[in-house]
Design a protein around this ligand. Structure first.
Ligand code: NAG
Length: 484
């Protein structure tokens, strides 16, 4: 009973439609403690200060009694029903015995293109329940077919400066009012509230349509990539954190390098990103053993080194980014294993999904370890050589002593010991040759699939020994090569 239910929940959670909702996180609400420099909402005896130049809209949910408040020249309070300000009547206010200056933190620096200021989900329910999706940084910011939400009962201020001067969206909801047409939004943008909420050189254009291409739509934020990454890294001195693996990956649309795996797909007519996404979700990601892996799948532009394939009209490809929650030498290994499983599935069934080819790249902590293991193996070999020389020397001495009649034990005893040493060494040499276990390959397959399968295994052995090497399978072209 449990399995079908969790399957159903999973199905709903990850969504089957290309709908994507992006919700703005910060707010300028009066009752939000993080909007005040003292980390608390001002109480009755406090002196409340707004910078006189602060252009801000502030939503007030409750009634506050106050002694003194300096308000901005160009700002507004939006009062919830029943909310307001009242003069302090000297009544007892627990926790507010001493008066202090409490200043409203500026909201001037929040930028639309800051990926840390958005939550993304495939449905409004998932947004409410905190079931957010993982995506590359460019796609954490609203994409051209996304629905944008500024939640009801919250005020905000956002800088919409954009490289394209035009932010394309499907729709935008502001404080409970949803806009789907440009004319209505343009009208709203003339209002005093809107001018406090949105500033900077940028405008919106609403399409009110979902992505019309079944194979997916690019997010459309590439022109603002630098702006997005600058915002992401503004608090870390514009520096990406150091990835804990050798030759980390740089997914298209992402700001920093990651440990994990990417699979890039070349597709042809008939490819449906939703159908394929569901295939991956239900065949792999929903398995309990894959808990802890996060996947982002989207259409991206270019950057693929499709070696030796036919040039296609479009340079778009489907990028799958996989990261896991492992650490240390294990970081990325789980993601890599899943990526290999996905590649195996593509080798066998890719054509029926409209996939022409797939590339796998992986960067894991174990690659680092493999390097260290190699060093260790070399040391062992050197040590063994020295050992063998010493042993031969010892054998010589023993033989000499034996011939002189001082020692009487059998020399073959020492020879056995020598062979055993040699044998012990062998498994460590073989340990680099890591095997690959993919249940998909155990099933009976057509000649076409097995042709692809051979090339998969060959390439896999290569990437097993070398870190982050491009790995490419193409059942279609391999087949023609074989028959030629
Ligand atoms: C308070 O404001 C901060 C920054 O604007 C925001 O991150 C946080 O989600 C807000 N908290 C609540 C409870 O609204």
């Amino acid at each position: 009973m449990k399995a079908p239910l969790s399957f159903f929940i999973f199905f709903c959670l990850l969504g089957t439609s290309s709908a994507m909702y992006k919700q703005w996180i910060p707010n300028t609400n009066f009752e939000n403690t993080s909007n005040w420099d003292k980390g608390r909402v001002p109480c009755a005896r406090d002196l409340i200060l707004f910078d006189s130049n602060e252009a801000v809209s502030v939503f007030v949910q409750a009634t506050h009694s106050l002694t003194d408040m300096y308000i901005p020249l160009n700002g507004e309070f939006i009062m919830a029903p029943g909310a307001g300000f009242a003069a302090f009547d000297d009544s007892y206010d627990p926790g507010c015995e001493t008066a202090s200056k409490v200043t409203f933190n500026t909201a001037e620096n929040y930028q639309w293109y800051d990926p840390t200021l958005w939550h993304g989900a495939t449905s409004l329910e998932n947004l409410d329940q905190g079931k957010y999706i993982f995506s590359v940084d460019e796609e954490r910011v609203p994409c051209q077919y996304d629905d944008v939400i500024f939640p009801p009962e919250t005020s905000f201020r956002v800088n919409i400066a954009s490289s394209e001067q035009m932010i394309q969206l499907r729709s935008i909801a502001i404080m409970g009012q949803k806009f789907t047409s440009d004319s209505h939004l343009t009208e709203y943008m003339q209002s005093h509230s809107a001018k406090l909420q949105f500033h900077g050189p940028g405008t919106f254009r609403l399409s009110n349509t979902r992505c019309p291409d079944k194979s997916g739509c690019e997010c459309g934020n590439t022109a603002d990539h630098d702006r997005i990454c600058a915002a992401l890294l503004q608090n870390s001195g514009n520096q990406c954190p150091v990835a804990a693996c050798k030759d980390p990956l740089k997914p298209v649309g992402h700001c920093c390098e990651i440990c994990g795996a990417t699979v890039s797909l070349e597709y042809f007519t008939g490819f449906d990103i939703e159908v394929y996404q569901n295939r991956v979700l239900h065949t792999f990601l929903s398995l309990p053993k894959n808990a802890g892996i996060q996947m982002a799948i989207s259409k991206v532009n270019g950057s693929l080194a499709f070696l030796g394939t036919v040039q296609r009209n479009s340079v778009s490809s489907i990028q799958i980014v996989l990261i896991d929650n492992r650490t240390g030498s294990q970081i990325g290994t789980h993601a890599e294993q899943l990526a290999k499983d996905i590649m195996g599935d593509i080798a066998e069934h890719g054509e029926s999904f409209g996939i022409a080819a797939g590339h796998l790249q992986a960067a894991t902590g174990s690659n680092w370890n493999a390097q260290r293991t190699n060093g260790h193996a070399t040391a062992t070999i050197a040590g063994t050589v020295v050992g063998v020389v010493l042993l031969l020397l010892l054998l010589g001495i023993v033989l000499l002593l034996y011939r002189k009649g001082i020692l009487r034990s059998h020399p073959s005893l020492h020879l056995n010991f020598f062979w055993k040493r040699k044998y012990d060494l062998d498994p460590s040499e073989q340990s680099n040759d890591t095997g690959f276990d993919n249940p998909m390959f155990d099933t009976e397959s057509t000649p076409t699939a097995s042709a692809g399968m051979c090339s998969v295994e060959e390439t896999l052995e290569k990437i097993g020994s070398r870190n982050s090497e491009l790995y490419y399978i193409n059942p279609l072209y391999d087949e023609t090569e074989l028959s030629a």
